[in-house]
Write a protein that binds this ligand. Structure first.
Ligand code: FE2
Length: 437
């Protein structure tokens, strides 16, 4: 079955599955067509300024009050929320991991969520968490929504299908999806095993960064974002709905599928984006812009230019700068940097950072090219070079990222990561040329 999408970022969309199921000219008619219930989903306060005011009107078989009963506690001990501090003994450091292992037991997308870092405070609606998901089983009659934040999903292995109350998003590695706070969904696996990264954004919604002097084009262009058309199922079987709410989980049992929205309109909706459509802008003559030039989406913090989260990618691109050390420079940062690699090789590391892996360079901790990478880039013939077959990304936040016990004790953590800089030699010998022997 092919699912269809509507192009644009933050548009006021409208979509219906049955002719005439979407009311025209009003939001809440006395009797909506087909006996549907009209319901508003508010993603911003009613009174938010127009530019950030987000809501959608959903026309559904049953209203959402029928999609919850009495709640019982549920437990997902590896999905942590901020603040989550001091639950392990690992000392401060720059850290790197090989991929999180695939599960041996049957595991769905929610049970397969493993938190690596948390930052900020879920109750204060600031900060984020960085997770890895691993799964080998579809959700069939299980559904989920997250009241704590929106979910940015970055697949690394395997295709999956997000069956949401507002439509279906099919997603494969190389694409990303954003599911807004509160949206009900289940996750079906297209491939037998899947793995990927998730940024859970507790704060203001992700949006497109301003381009400044770049102008009206390049980076992520709005038309390349795709929001699903309405889709529903009429399924009268025992179902469960699990909710993540202020860091805890609760489950309720209902007698039908909550994915029953026949038509909807509005600007609060899930979307996906193909990272291959990102048009990178960079140095044309010399030097190296800050990696913010590769920001796909940014979540503002309320303080200008200081993001709660920046989602940054390192896509295929030409390197042409003259008399320039071309890889990312050595760096200490007030922002903290969680990196992943979707495929290929990252240009600051010759080895050790593999697809599915993670690196964490936290608040003010030094990082940069490894010793072989520095040697190679310092002696390279600076012809134009195409950096190809690569897609790394970064979840960057203004808050320090606190490592979870799961991340600290994960067997794939590389105990020798710090050694990648051990062979950087002293080149200073008092002469202008330095010692390059
Ligand atoms: Fe950095």
């Amino acid at each position: 079955m092919a699912f269809s999408y509507m192009p644009g970022f933050g548009n006021d969309f409208e979509t219906e599955t049955l002719p005439g199921s979407l009311p025209q000219g009003r939001n809440s008619p006395q009797r909506p067509a087909y006996g549907l219930y009209a319901e508003q989903l508010s993603g911003s306060p009613f009174t938010a300024p127009r530019g950030t005011n987000e809501r959608s009107w959903l026309y559904r078989i049953r209203p959402s009050v029928k999609h919850t009963g009495r709640f019982k506690p549920a437990h997902y001990p590896l999905w942590k929320s901020a603040p989550n501090v001091g639950d392990h003994e690992l000392a401060l450091g720059q850290y790197r991991w090989n991929p999180v292992p695939m599960p041996k037991e049957p595991t769905d997308f929610i049970a397969g969520m493993r938190s690596i870092t948390t930052a900020g405070d879920v109750l204060g609606q600031t900060g984020m968490a960085a997770h890895v998901y691993v799964a080998n089983r579809s959700m069939v009659d299980d559904h989920f929504f997250n009241a704590d934040g929106e979910l940015l999903i970055v697949p690394q292995v395997g295709a999956l299908r997000f069956v949401t109350e507002m439509g279906v998003i099919e997603l494969r590695p190389g694409e990303i999806a954003v599911l807004p706070r509160g949206l009900v969904f289940k996750v079906e696996l297209v491939d037998a095993e899947v793995r990927g990264y998730v940024c859970e954004n507790y704060g203001a919604k992700l949006t497109l960064p301003d381009r400044g002097p770049i102008g009206a084009n390049c980076l992520a262009n709005p038309r390349d974002f795709k929001t699903p058309c309405a889709w529903f199922e009429e399924k009268e079987t025992p179902c469960r709905l699990t909710v993540k709410w202020c860091g805890n989980f609760h489950v309720t049992e209902i007698g039908h599928s909550p994915l029953d929205v026949v038509a909807w309109h509005g600007n609060y909706a899930p979307y996906k984006y193909d990272l291959a459509t990102f048009s990178p802008v960079g140095a044309l003559l010399f030097d190296h812009p800050d990696p913010s030039i590769f920001t796909v989406l940014t979540a503002p913090s309320g303080e200008e230019g200081t993001a709660n989260i920046d989602f940054v990618i390192f896509p295929p691109r030409w390197l042409v700068a003259e008399d320039t050390f071309r890889p990312p420079w050595y760096h200490r940062n007030i922002m903290s940097e969680f990196m992943g690699l979707i495929h290929g090789q990252y240009d600051a590391k010759e080895e050790g950072f593999v697809p599915g892996g993670i690196s964490l360079h936290n608040l003010m901790l030094a990082h940069g090219p490894d010793a072989p990478g520095f040697e190679k880039a310092s002696r390279a013939d600076l012809k134009p070079v195409k950096l190809d077959n690569t897609m790394a990304f970064m979840f960057e936040t203004r808050f320090p990222q606190m490592l979870t016990r799961y991340g600290a004790e994960l067997e794939t953590r590389q105990d020798n990561y710090i050694d990648c800089w051990a062979d950087l030699k002293k080149r200073f010998n008092g002469t202008p040329e330095g010692d390059w022997s």
